[in-house]
Write a protein that binds this ligand. Structure first.
Ligand code: F6R
Length: 357
């Protein structure tokens, strides 16, 4: 039930801090250490390469998950869109592990890949919100998201739950493999939950940004580098599916190779600047589009902020920034759709779970 909330989407955005705490609890052992069942850690240890397969928002979570697993566990990871993988299968390594990311666990495109993977005799793990779903039943292993039912068509809390579980998977496997982790993930995910709360408490800021930048625009670009690029892809998907504004996410450095031709006087550009090593680079990209008339909205992280920024998110472990930088984008999309009189929870042409290929 959505209770006093006008829309499920807003309720589900607000639930994210609680979901973080539930996930931390669900994956802690009696000593408070993060724990993932031995058969799954064993499958990670044995794999010479991981193939993440997913669609839509879950695919975007996979792009971030690749960074978590490669950085924490030192295992190479490829991320594939399920509908492409089925018909254009890459050369596989000798001991692959397949990870299916699916909120519903019922997505037909991902199921089709799992059928093929099983025929080939490879190990599989499903990360899903729905225990007993098809992808969970058919894979060798399952990790649950513990996000509670997600009703709004636009996925929000499932995305951040997927990121949290992927971070725990990478961290736990890394430890088992003997990779030095260098930080306490339980502690840092707790900080993420608190930062999420702070962001959910400043909704009027994001409503103001939506009104200022997106009330009448035809299009909008999201730019970022490294982790911020992947979050920008998710921000663009959120905005386009519920507000019908043509929105695209780009790697900051890639704009000048073509897309910058689309920048006109007043084109909104939402730029994420949460990564220290690319902070100068993304700010340079913002200057390039501003010189062509763009209307920039920079969302940065505390410690990296500049006077020109429109919003500064609280500081968290740099690896975990996607978990909180996505929240302003979810809320901006929500308010853009609301003020453009769109059906927020049930956008046109879309279904909650896509059970046809
Ligand atoms: C976007 C959205 C979709 C789903 C995609 C995969 O907000 O919800 O892009 O992420 O259809 O669905 P699952 O995760 O259920 O496999």
């Amino acid at each position: 039930e959505k209770g006093t909330y006008p829309h499920y989407m807003l309720k589900e955005i607000d639930e994210q801090p609680l979901v973080m705490r539930k996930i931390i609890q669900a994956y802690q052992d009696e000593n408070g250490e993060l724990h993932i069942d031995q058969p799954i850690v064993g499958a990670m240890k044995e794999a010479d390469r991981i193939y993440i397969v997913a669609c839509g928002t879950s695919y975007h979570a996979g792009l971030v998950g690749k960074q978590f697993i490669e950085k924490s566990a030192n295992i190479p990871v490829e991320v594939h869109v399920a509908s492409e993988f089925s018909y254009n299968m890459p050369l596989l390594s000798e001991k692959p592990l397949f990870i299916f990311i699916s909120q519903s666990g019922e997505t037909a495109d991902s199921r089709a890949v799992l059928v093929k993977v099983k025929e080939l005799g490879h190990q599989s793990l499903t990360i899903t919100n729905v225990a007993g779903s098809t992808l969970s039943r058919e894979a060798d292993h399952t990790l649950l998201l513990h996000a509670g039912p997600e009703i709004a068509v636009a996925s929000t809390k499932a995305y951040t739950a997927q990121l949290a579980v992927l971070s725990i998977l990478g961290h736990t496997a890394g430890k088992a493999i003997g990779v030095q982790q260098g930080f306490d993930l339980v502690h840092d995910l707790g900080i993420v939950a608190t930062a999420m709360e702070a962001l959910c408490d400043t909704k009027e800021e994001f409503e103001a940004i939506a009104k200022e930048y997106l009330a009448t625009t035809r299009n909008c670009f999201f730019i970022g580098r490294s982790m911020d690029y992947f979050v920008g892809l998710e921000g663009a998907l959120k905005l386009k599916e519920i507000s019908y504004i043509q929105a695209e996410g780009f790697a900051g450095g890639e704009l000048k190779h073509g897309t910058i031709a689309l920048i006109e006087e007043g084109t909104p550009i939402i730029a994420l600047a949460t990564q220290e090593e690319v902070n100068l680079g993304i700010r340079g990209n913002v200057k390039e589009v501003v010189a062509r008339g763009a209307n920039p909205c920079i969302v940065s992280m505390k410690g990296l902020e500049d006077e020109e920024d429109r919003f500064v998110i609280p500081e968290v472990n740099p690896l975990l920034t996607p978990l909180i930088s996505v929240i302003p984008l979810q809320l901006i999309s929500y308010y853009a759709a609301l003020h453009r009189d769109c059906d927020v929870d049930k956008p046109r042409n879309l279904a909650k779970s896509v059970t046809v290929e």
